[in-house]
Design a protein around this ligand. Structure first.
Ligand SMILES: C[S@@+](CC[C@H](N)C(=O)[O-])C[C@H]1O[C@@H](n2cnc3c(N)ncnc32)[C@H](O)[C@@H]1O
Length: 494
């Protein structure tokens, strides 16, 4: 059987994952390079081969058949030779640190996840793992403490399990609303949600988005979370915040010329079309997938009484992106968080840079005493950084050793928590980035993937493999410039 590559340019790691998928799904007795693809022996099962991520078609005696992945990507391809990453419901809303969905699908294949099996993503973010589980008929469950992440993930799952025709009907009704009707809305002085939004939106735009929200809720009913999420994705673009800055700064650029409602209808139309295309390939799916607003530290086997067959995640970074801060407008507009709770929520996230209350004073003491009982290597990296601090290091850098210690401690706890809900022998794949910091005038690289693997080991996991994911600028650069920007850490529940 001939397995044909997609027409896009591959990163080195994608070739590597492709070969691993072939080995796991097809168990071929031989694999060799062939024209624009790989050749495996004819005894390999065509049905299993059509699950492959990194191949566009299978060719055997009965002819050529496209893989499910190539059909899914087809409807969302932006240029013939580009890998589509917003196929199906993946493009619903931006989320910083979002997974590449192809990597997740490949991992599900490599881990041999079967229809009906249970898969956990303990840091599920916008739900990429859960969506890929739904496409394959697996039962995905995700947790995250960012309410916007959970809202997005569940909106994607709601879309997947609802026939696209229902979204088309709602879209039709929404498109008939006149823009004029959308700008008359009563204000809510004294309401802190409204006061907050009022400080970030021009009054005419605020009227429009508030009215849009009411109309979407009225017309879309149970499907409103999906349409509200589409609208939420446009908010920063139409606000007085600089949409290009992760931090909250006033914008200098002008507002878009296209009216908000027309941009919303355009985005909603694209979404419904992609959903329709995905459902012609995989049908409605994901009926048992779910995301919960929950701290990873509180996972328990009570949920359904089932242990998980596999786990896949991209954990937060040490000194992570300010997720909550960047998404303030959406969180407040959707009514998911009150403006007064933004900083508090940010500080609860693993990897946050926020230190509240006594923690500024207590964290360095905990580090020195290794209160969280970190393995020797991780405890000494933090201690060494603390001792290297120089007089020129400002308050941000001075905080780095304590923040790293808090990050390692929380990640260690998370490994213990995930471990107790996994079946013995189950695999846990984590895509982890590398970090660096400058302290005492010197750049220090922090090999986060190896540190996380060590922390996991201390919590009852076996380290299966650390696979560097080599990338380069996909378009315009040469393979020889490849660097391992991230590492896939594969653990096994011992
Ligand atoms: C790199 S992102 C995951 C992105 C995700 N893979 C996706 O495709 O959207 C890491 C996530 O960890 C979440 N997180 C941080 N601390 C957490 C905690 N204590 N419990 C659960 N989730 C947490 C953050 O809110 C963030 O969404």
């Amino acid at each position: 059987m001939h397995l044909v590559w997609h027409s896009y340019k591959y990163f080195p790691y994608e070739r590597d994952l492709a070969e691993r998928e072939v080995a796991a799904l097809l168990c071929p007795s031989s694999v060799r390079e062939a024209k624009a693809g790989l050749k495996v022996d004819d005894a390999c099962e065509d049905l299993a081969a059509r699950r492959l991520t990194y191949f566009s078609a299978t060719i055997n005696g009965q002819g050529s058949r496209p893989t499910t992945q190539s059909k899914l990507e087809e409807a969302a391809r932006n240029g013939k030779n580009r890998q589509a990453t917003r196929y199906s419901v993946h493009g619903l809303h931006e989320y910083k640190g979002k997974f590449n969905p192809q990597v997740v699908r490949a991992l599900l294949n490599i881990f041999g996840v079967q229809e009906g099996q249970h898969v956990l993503d303990p840091f599920c973010g916008s739900g990429t793992t859960l969506v890929e589980c739904a496409h394959l008929g697996a039962v995905g469950f995700g947790t995250d403490i960012n309410p916007l992440a959970v809202h997005m993930a569940n909106a994607k799952l709601l879309a997947l399990r609802t026939p696209a025709s229902q979204f088309e009907r709602v879209f039709g009704e929404l498109s008939e609303l006149s823009l004029k009707a959308l700008s008359s809305v009563e204000t809510h002085p004294g309401n802190d949600r409204y006061a907050y939004l009022d400080s970030w939106f021009e009054s005419s735009i605020l009227s429009t988005i508030e009215c849009a929200r009411k109309e979407i809720e009225r017309i879309a009913g149970a499907l409103a979370p999906v349409f509200l999420t589409i609208a939420s994705d446009l908010l920063r673009e139409y606000s007085q915040q600089d949409p290009k800055d992760l931090r909250i700064r006033r914008r200098k650029s002008t507002l878009p010329e296209e009216p908000f409602w027309s941009a919303f209808l355009g985005a909603a139309h694209t979404f419904v079309e992609r959903l329709k295309a995905a459902q012609t390939v995989v049908g409605t799916c994901g009926h048992h997938c779910d995301a919960a607003k929950q701290d990873v530290a509180h996972l328990s086997i009570e949920r359904g009484g089932r242990l998980f067959d596999a786990a896949i995640t991209s954990p937060p970074y040490a000194m992570a992106l300010p997720y909550i801060d960047t998404q303030r407008l959406s969180l407040v507009w959707l009514g998911l968080l009150s403006p007064a709770r933004i900083l508090e929520k940010e500080s609860e996230l693993i990897g946050s840079r926020e230190m509240r209350g006594n923690s500024k004073r207590e964290l360095p003491l905990q580090l020195q005493a290794n209160a969280a009982d970190l393995p020797g290597e991780e405890a000494s990296v933090c201690l060494e950084l603390l001792q290297t601090l120089g007089p020129d290091d400002g308050f941000r850098r001075k905080a780095v050793p304590a923040l790293l210690y808090r990050y390692f401690s929380a990640m260690k706890r998370s490994f213990g928590s995930v471990r107790q809900v996994m079946k013995p022998g189950a695999r846990y794949g984590l895509i982890v980035g590398h970090n660096h910091t400058t302290i005492g005038g010197n750049r220090r690289d922090i090999d986060t993937p190896s540190h996380l693997a060590n922390l996991a080991q201390a919590e009852g996991w076996r380290i299966d493999e650390l696979i560097p994911l080599q990338t380069y600028r996909r378009y315009g650069y040469h393979v020889s410039n490849a660097v391992a920007a991230e590492t896939l850490v594969v653990l096994r529940a011992a």
